[in-house]
Design a protein around this ligand. Structure first.
Ligand SMILES: Cc1ncc(COP(=O)(O)O)c(C=O)c1O
Length: 396
């Protein structure tokens, strides 16, 4: 595309309310952020446990910083891939800690959930294989499927009868079939039935790949995620968790068999051809993971305020969905969603518009995500404010 083509495309995106822009945060104050000197309640972050805004926790982490620990535990760069000299004792400590907690054979770190999802599926599947993916799975899973030589088909969102029907028809034509689903869906805040998926994968002799990006830290007694809460840990063949959300950090991990682990170390391009996570990040991930079980108060509070907000939105006839701390408010039209988002911002709420291609056409929305750093008094008037604006703005 020539330069004129780029300008035209940008103008087109702007005209249709789909232009994306960067917007620097200058300060963080608990669950608030400051952008262009305006303090806003941040309803668009993935800091689900309120860790990113917890200064006391950060002070505790840095309290062990001294000249001996500086480079090993707080260094800023691994300086090469794990396959060269970027591998560290800390990376292995973190992997051991995670695999022991999940009672799985092996754990493998990736630099992010995106790296994991684009690196695992293409390495494990080839031309003779099939990937069946929930229609609403994240873009990183879609990109992973595109990079794979396997055929992929998307089944209707959480429609396990559709999944079954596809398998009845297709299973025998393929060597290996992997079913892929998120456990908590990132844009709708609804939850997959992992028991149903396990039953299907066993029945059709498939493998199951679950992305727990939005659930690690938030569910289960130990905070391991939805697979722990739904008691399905044992039967998931590939479980991906991320540190970028509830851990307020960066990185990801895969739980799998030892054989798969060894194979990926040899074949997974997004693991091999990139610089390893910095020491400071692996240290922080160990620090948070080792106290995950202790965040149960935060988990309870998050559930309480999420249930309450969802109820108040429904009471005001706003269209929402799901059951978790990710609470969509579906508006529909792209331009209208952008305008409403701007109006909410004027009132001190940061609720960024989510538009296609992130969500299906005609379902532009606010994706309100609550964090345990918030109190009900922060949210009390939110549904009223949205409802007033939506009604004032109603095109009919
Ligand atoms: C379901 C899902 N998987 C993976 C990712 C990517 O994770 P990361 O931010 O660690 O790259 C996201 C990010 O939003 C996600 O929603």
């Amino acid at each position: 595309m020539g330069m004129t083509g780029l300008s035209d495309e940008l103008a087109h995106l702007k005209k249709h309310g789909r232009l994306r822009q960067l917007d620097a945060v200058s300060e963080k104050q608990g669950c608030n952020v400051v952008i262009r000197e305006q303090k806003l309640l941040n309803l668009s972050s993935n800091d689900y446990l309120g860790i990113a805004g917890d200064k006391e926790l950060h002070h505790r982490f840095y309290a062990c910083l001294n000249s001996d620990s500086l480079l090993v535990n707080y260094g800023m760069g691994a300086a090469s891939s794990r396959l060269l000299t970027g591998d560290t004792t800390n990376s292995h400590l973190l992997e051991d800690l995670i695999k022991t907690s999940y009672a799985k054979e092996a754990c493998l770190l990736y630099n992010s959930g995106y790296h994991a999802n684009i690196g695992i599926l293409p390495a494990l599947t080839g031309k003779a294989d099939l990937i069946l993916s929930d229609k609403l799975n994240h873009a990183s899973i879609v990109d992973g499927m595109r990079l794979s030589a396997a055929k992929f088909i998307r089944y209707r969102h959480c429609d396990y009868e559709h999944l079954r029907a596809l398998l009845e028809k297709q299973r025998k034509s393929y060597r290996r079939v992997i079913i892929v689903s998120e456990s908590v869906f990132s844009m709708d805040g609804d939850v997959a039935d992992l028991g149903a998926l396990v039953e299907i994968k066993n029945h059709f002799a498939c493998q199951l790949y679950i992305d727990e990006a939005h659930s690690v830290g938030l569910y289960g007694e130990k905070g391991l995620g939805m697979a722990e809460q739904q008691n399905q840990l044992e039967d998931i063949d590939f479980l991906v968790g991320t540190f970028g959300k509830a851990f307020a950090s960066v990185g990801a991990f895969l739980l799998c068999s030892e054989r798969v682990n060894q194979y990926l170390i040899n074949k997974s391009r997004s693991l091999i051809f990139t610089t390893a996570l910095p020491p400071i990040i692996t240290s922080w991930n160990i620090f948070i993971f080792s106290q995950l079980a202790q965040f149960s108060q935060q988990r309870k509070k998050l559930k309480r305020i999420s249930d309450l907000l969802r109820k108040t939105l429904r009471d005001r006839q706003l269209q929402t969905a799901g059951t978790t701390n990710i609470i969509p408010v579906i508006i529909g039209d792209d331009q209208r969603t952008v305008k409403l988002s701007e109006a909410m911002r004027e009132q001190g709420y940061l609720m960024l518009p989510v538009r296609p291609p992130t969500v299906p056409v005609g379902t532009s929305r606010f994706r309100i995500s609550l964090t345990a750093g918030m109190d009900w008094c922060d949210l009390e008037y939110l549904a009223d404010k949205i409802a007033t604006l939506v009604n004032a703005n109603d095109p009919c």
